[in-house]
Design a protein around this ligand. Structure first.
Ligand SMILES: [Zn+2]
Length: 410
């Protein structure tokens, strides 16, 4: 373990210059910092509920609290952390009230780590409202919430979004208040960001995701329309993700759902609307690869609108195209453990403090012996032994009495 840690440090020190090359969406648009034609702001909750405006910072925070006040049985509000300027990085945690189901996998949406890519910010607020308001009336949404813990962080970089002040998004910018690109600031498999350089917003995010067992997630961006799946650090010829076939199928389902409403959506990068990240453009130190490699989560990057600062009168239309697809993507979590083979490419996670062996169900007790490749799990029916001694090191999702258990063999 120590040797691999030193190797990791060595890699960090000699990261190649190309690793810093930005993805195309890194280049600021010509009108960066200048208000496009229409970025109308909602200055009250009532105005925001018309869903044709962006929220002021105060309305955003008010709306997140309003969800909890209106649906106290369905959600709670977490504070992931605070930004450099002291703004809140919030996450709404939602689940249904049916307590018969003993295991609920954790799903995570996070948007707008690039502060000027604000379509996803609006999407996430609208998604929270849709899920909560539909519980108990829509069998589909009710079932989804009863089977899943859904976490939604609408804005991971509020200082960037409100760089021009809390009452406007017209001067929103990509970076945080230190002018650092947060999507080039995560530890990655062969990256160059040491823990010392981690920005406050990303440290908070890492702490938060480390406290959870997110199995499926997405981070939302703008500037293009494409589903960007792992890896970002490598082209598919260099290192194809073990679950690339699954990623392509999931991405295609998202795009197909959107194209039922608009045939021209997700066509500005390629005709199919999805691409392996490195095949589009290699980056390092992005969040997607961090989540996949270190957190053993399945995360992809959704570029949801070609226009980063979508004119406010177009927000409704974009939601009508993508709302169903955003909900359907959450459902994919329930096919994850059943359909995928063990992911043996992830790190052993020792460096970031994840327990070597964890249960996804807090009602199970797990006693690990990871170096021998075995574990003992206490279930309602008694103690079960899991034997991985003849399997290679890696991360395994096993079914114990139908319940997924994540086992990491060193
Ligand atoms: Zn972005």
């Amino acid at each position: 373990m120590k040797k691999s840690f030193l190797l990791l440090l060595a890699c960090l020190a000699i990261a190649p210059a190309w690793a810093q090359k930005p993805r195309p969406d890194a280049f600021p648009p010509a009108d960066e910092g200048i208000a496009p034609k229409s970025l109308t702001m909602a200055t009250t909750l009532d105005e925001m509920y018309q869903w044709n405006r962006y929220p002021t910072y105060e309305v955003y925070v008010e709306m997140m609290n309003h969800f909890v006040e209106t649906y106290p049985d369905l959600c709670r509000l977490d504070t992931i952390g605070t930004s450099l300027r002291g703004r809140l990085i919030l996450c709404l945690a939602m689940t249904g009230t049916d307590d018969n189901d003993i295991y609920r996998p954790e799903f995570f949406y996070s948007s707008t780590m690039h502060g000027d890519e604000i379509t996803g910010f609006y999407f996430m607020l609208r998604l929270c409202d849709t899920l909560l308001a539909s519980y108990g009336t829509s069998p589909e949404i009710t079932n989804l919430l009863d089977r899943t813990r859904i976490y939604i962080n609408p804005n991971a970089n509020p200082d960037g979004t409100y760089a021009g002040g809390n009452s406007s998004v017209s001067r929103s910018m990509r970076y945080n208040a230190n002018y650092v690109d947060l999507n080039r600031n995560y530890p990655d498999p062969f990256g160059s960001a040491s823990l010392d350089t981690l920005q406050r917003e990303n440290q908070a995010m890492i702490n938060y995701v480390s406290q959870h067992r997110f199995e499926l997630s997405a981070n939302l961006h703008g500037g293009s329309e494409v589903m960007n799946y792992p890896w970002d650090s490598f082209t598919s010829r260099e290192r194809r993700h073990e679950h690339a076939d699954w990623w392509e199928a999931v991405s295609k389902r998202y795009v197909d759902t959107c194209r039922q409403h608009s045939r021209s959506i997700f066509t500005d990068v390629n005709s199919q609307g999805y691409i392996e990240g490195g095949d589009w453009y290699v980056i390092s130190n992005g969040r997607q690869d961090y989540m996949n490699y270190y957190q053993h989560c399945h995360e992809l990057t959704m570029e949801v609108s070609s226009d980063k600062k979508l004119a406010s009168e177009r927000l409704q239309g974009y939601w009508n195209i993508q709302g169903d697809a955003l909900i359907n993507y959450i459902k994919e979590i329930h096919s994850l453990s059943d359909t995928l083979p063990p992911d043996t490419t992830s790190s052993d996670t020792t460096h970031v403090g994840i327990p070597q062996l964890s249960t996804l169900n807090s009602q199970l007790s797990v006693y690990p012996n990871p170096t021998r490749g075995e574990a003992f799990i206490t279930t309602r029916e008694g103690i079960r032994r899991i034997d991985l001694s003849d399997r290679p090191a890696g991360v395994y999702i096993l079914r114990v009495d139908g319940i997924p258990v994540k086992v990491i063999k060193l």
